[in-house]
Design a protein around this ligand. Structure first.
Ligand SMILES: Nc1ncnc2c1ncn2[C@@H]1O[C@H](COP(=O)(O)OP(=O)(O)O)[C@@H](O)[C@H]1O
Ligand SMILES: [Mg+2]
Length: 307
């Protein structure tokens, strides 16, 4: 079996200050954050649902059984630069606080193997799930979980695209099947293991995987209010006038055929570009931001390419 180091990036114990700050900085995702907390807390610790039913419904609640065989899979889909990876790799901080348990973040090493042989990818997936099982058993017993494990499968497109999208190449189906087998093996296993799959191509995701998901969250480009919130946060301390921020919000919004900026267009392009203009000789000015907002093109909308 593949060793842990070959399967995953270094495992991170949460909560951890950098990731907590990243989680707190994510704007406009409050509903998603809350739902994730509840869903994952119940998967990790089913006792809580029974305690709730006992407290509020005398315990006899048929709906409880509906939760028992749920697959611990969450799908994050949608536009590039909209916070999928950032949330997937940080919501464990919130979960850890909520459950008062350590949360271990496992990130599958897919990128390095992305174009690898199908067989190799398939055994990688199988081994990763076997590993999660083993570790899940280690941190739980009949009294409940002593820790929670989150497995993030990021940029999962190549792996889990539907057969249709792959032009019916049957051997390409192997990655999907291995993933499904892994998810099914976790469903009903009562292990404190949660899987998050991130993809920019929700439409080409295999329907069998979509069906398994406890919840699918779609991430999109920021609204005016969200751009305002992100910009105010990112520009804090630079002395930019509020009316300039509002003007930048306007300039970075959708315009005719042109889409608006993504979250990361603001945080990773616009604001850093303003700093680079000024550094090292002068302060950032309002004009820097206004010029750049006119100049920079938003990231093109990701079109579903069906090969
Ligand atoms: N909702 C958000 N609020 C604030 N910043 C965001 C948000 N979404 C994305 N960002 C910024 O964009 C960066 C890239 O986001 P990322 O999670 O990598 O996007 P993707 O959806 O492509 O995985 C983040 O590190 C963060 O700086
Ligand atoms: Mg990402």
């Amino acid at each position: 079996m593949t060793s842990q180091d070959d399967l995953f990036h270094p495992v991170i114990e949460l909560p951890e200050p950098t990731r907590r700050a990243r989680y707190d900085r994510l704007v406009g995702l409050d509903d998603t954050k809350l739902r994730l907390r509840k869903e994952t807390a119940l998967l990790a610790d089913p006792h809580r649902l029974r305690a709730w039913a006992a407290a509020y419904h005398d315990g006899d609640v048929a709906a409880l059984t509906l939760f028992e065989d749920r697959a611990p899979l969450f799908i994050f889909g949608g536009d590039v630069g909209s916070g999928k990876s950032a949330l997937a790799e940080s919501f464990g901080c919130d979960l850890a606080d909520f459950l008062e348990l350590p949360v271990y973040l496992y990130r599958l090493k897919l990128a390095t193997r992305g174009s690898g042989l199908v067989g190799e990818m398939t055994s990688l997936i199988g081994d990763a799930f076997t590993h999660m099982h083993m570790m899940g058993k280690r941190v739980s017993d009949s009294h409940g979980a002593r820790a929670v494990q989150i497995l993030v499968v990021d940029e999962a497109d190549a792996l889990v695209q539907s057969r249709e999208a792959q032009q019916m190449h049957h051997e390409d189906r192997a990655g999907v099947d291995a993933f499904l087998a892994g998810i099914d093996s976790l469903a009903g296993a009562r292990l404190p293991v949660v899987v998050v799959l991130c993809t920019n191509r929700l439409a080409t995701l295999d329907p069998a995987i979509m069906r398994r998901a406890a919840a699918t969250f779609t991430f999109s480009r920021p609204s005016d209010e969200q751009r305002y919130a992100v910009l105010s946060q990112a520009l804090d301390g630079l002395g930019i006038r509020p009316e300039t921020v509002r003007k930048v919000v306007e300039l970075t919004g959708p315009n005719g055929d042109q889409p608006g900026y993504t979250f990361s267009d603001l945080t990773q392009r616009l604001v850093p570009a303003a700093v680079f203009r000024a550094f090292p000789d002068r302060p950032v000015t309002d004009e820097d931001l206004l010029d750049l907002a006119e100049e920079l093109e938003p990231t093109p909308v990701f079109t579903e390419r069906r090969r």
